[in-house]
Design a protein around this ligand. Sequence first.
Ligand code: 13P
Length: 211
Amino acid sequence: MATEDQLREQIVLLGRSLYDRGLAHGSAGNISVRLADGWLMSPTSSCLGRLDPARLSRLDANGRLLAGDAPSKETFLHQAMYGQRADCGAVVHLHSVHAVAVSCLDGLDAANVFAPITAYAVMQVGRLALVPYYPPGDLALADAVRAVAARHHSVLLANHGPVVAGTSLDAAVNAIEELEQTARLTLLLHGHRTRPLTAAQVAELERRFPG
Ligand code: 13P
């Protein structure tokens, strides 16, 4: 079990990695990790590429700020995920370009945004839920995520971006990177005759690699 200091360092390291590879920009995106008695959260308006481990928001089990800078305005959204998923150890939200582009498309399947184009999309992203547009930080956005979070660890906020829950921060980051990659592939394949995995192939992956 990692110590709080180690988790702080991990948030900084992975935030910088996401930023350095163009998956985060400006002050967009936020990261949280569950502790035994609360959460660590990236501060509001912070850049994921330049987080300071000592200034991360330290929240208690009720979400109240104990130490550090003021937390992300999406704290309630993260807590909606934790509240619905007992195995959730971390949540990552990004405004990564291709996932945001897909979130702006009309006519998406709100229960399963992506066609099952690759095995890793099925294994790590699973069935991506779409929730309607609300302004960032709006409590209605957290409510919309809460309504689907028990059935979906990956959620796409319409005209905004992806949110992914993982058992660990590594798992959440890997899954949101796979989501971004799947969004990119989906856009690249648009207009091309595509052969997605069959329902039987998807069921086999779900059996072998239960999420
Ligand atoms: P914060 O800066 O408050 O974390 O908000 C950034 C964001 O991504 C909003 O959706």
